[in-house]
Write a protein that binds this ligand. Structure first.
Ligand code: AMP
Length: 429
């Protein structure tokens, strides 16, 4: 680990803190972690960047009571957002100029085929992330802005990119290719990449731990059900199939995305409804899924409406669950043997009715949910299947920030403990 002189220049300190940044188009989420015990020192969010109503929420976690501080008023851009976050951290004695900060880990949505592992960011790496903007126009530009801003703030520090697509690069070619003309596909880098990889990696590993086995010993289906949602089939620790594709639009029904759809629907909307490509993009990504079906994308609200007898909400729920079931069945076939089906993210961790409905009727696949265990609310990984079930059903809270911090710290720490320069480009993890 880096041993750096303190400001006083006397005793040496070990750099064992990692700042995790998740930069969206109009928001930045951040967490500062102490890698001695992998605890959070502070978490925060800057939202509505560039608007008059920007807001920063900052919660220091070092004291007893975690009290959130709020700043409101226009925060012009990502640089101003990070500066404001840095000021809040400094006010808690956690300034980003501290020699204890070892690295900054960035969530980067699209790493294409090139980035299969966490990667120390160089100019060349940044150029490659930029080259991927056409396949991730909504996400990569914001990630790049976040990286440049952080580099300007601490040019001396290693900055590491952790890619949402990386975990899925082990998918076999027959799962990753669309059945379209190969030349056209290759010319435009059209293939299935998958997303939420950091979560699928973390949750599948945790699920193996919950079963008392190593990741290599188990086959797991992970259902990441947040506002965005994706499924993955993980065989012996390696992703072999996932539901998102070229973009996060494919697959499960999501909060506002349609998931799987006949591609001819898009031609039809163009030819018959006269919609533009951009309008169709917005329709399928922002106005579809649960929101498009019933006007709400929050599962809590949908359940409340169902309890009041609302038929549109009930149908939206049924469509959502039906798609999930199809994926559980398909991935059982892909894996051959399944050891666990694991629910995670906002809906997966919190909605007992979704878990119950998705598993109902799958006894022939060895899947059963115990109603009592399913009703328990907990932030811990847990089994919700009865002891006799052939396949475990589990809830494992995801923690993408911790996974990014772990991967960042491992990459930076391994090189330094070996007495080497922090490596550039791709490094084994
Ligand atoms: P995420 O993207 O993982 O933050 O998940 C956000 C989604 O989780 C929300 O849009 C809700 O649909 C869902 N969610 C969060 N809390 C609950 C809850 N207690 N019960 C049901 N769904 C929830």
């Amino acid at each position: 680990m880096t041993t750096t002189p303190t400001k006083e220049g006397s005793a040496a300190v070990q750099a064992r803190r990692v700042l995790v940044l998740n930069s969206g188009s109009s928001s930045v989420k951040y967490q500062l972690l102490d890698m001695n015990d992998r605890s959070r020192l502070a978490i925060g969010l800057v939202e509505r960047i560039g608007e008059e109503t920007s807001r920063l929420l900052h919660t220091p976690l070092t004291g007893g009571d975690a009290e959130t501080r709020e700043r409101t008023g226009r925060i012009a851009d990502h640089a101003a957002a990070l500066k404001a976050a840095a000021e809040e951290l400094a006010a808690d004695g956690l300034g980003l100029d501290s020699p204890e900060l070892a690295a900054i880990g960035h969530r980067v949505v699209h790493g294409g085929l090139r980035f299969t592992r966490p990667t120390v960011i160089t100019d060349e790496v940044l150029t490659e992330i930029e080259r991927l903007v056409p396949v991730a126009p909504l996400h990569n530009p914001a990630n790049i802005t976040g990286i440049r801003t952080a580099q300007a703030l601490r040019p001396d520090l290693p900055q590491v990119a952790v890619f949402d697509t990386a975990f899925h690069t082990t998918m076999p070619e027959y799962a990753a290719r669309y059945a379209i003309d190969v030349e056209t596909a290759d010319a435009h880098r059209i293939r299935r990449y998958g997303f939420h990889g950091t979560s699928h990696a973390y949750v599948s590993r945790k699920a193996a731990e919950l079963l008392g086995r190593t990741p290599e010993e188990v086959n797991v289906i992970v259902l990441h059900l947040g506002n965005g949602a994706s499924a993955s089939a993980v065989a012996a620790g390696r992703c072999v199939e996932t539901s998102m594709g070229l973009t996060p639009l494919e697959g499960l029904v999501m909060g506002t995305r349609s998931g799987d759809i006949d591609p001819a629907v898009t031609f039809h909307l163009k030819r018959v409804a006269g919609m533009s490509t951009d309008e169709i993009d917005v329709l399928l990504n922002k106005k579809s899924g649960l929101l498009g079906l019933c006007g709400d994308n929050d599962m809590r609200e949908i359940r409340r409406r169902i309890d009041e007898g609302d038929e549109r909400a009930a149908l939206a729920f049924d469509i959502y669950v039906h798609r999930l079931k199809k994926y559980i069945g398909a991935y059982s076939a892909v894996l051959g043997r399944v050891d666990a089906v694991v629910f995670t993210a906002g809906v997966g961790e919190n909605s007992a009715p979704v878990r119950e409905a998705a598993i109902a009727g799958l006894e022939e696949l060895g899947l059963v949910v115990d109603a009592g265990l399913n009703a328990v609310r907990s932030g811990e990984p847990r089994l919700i299947s009865p002891n006799y079930a052939r396949v475990a059903v589990a809830v494992v809270p995801t923690d993408e920030e911790l996974e990014i911090a772990d991967q960042t710290f491992a990459l930076v720490g391994r090189a330094e403990s070996a007495g080497q320069e922090v490596p550039v480009g791709e490094v084994d993890n």
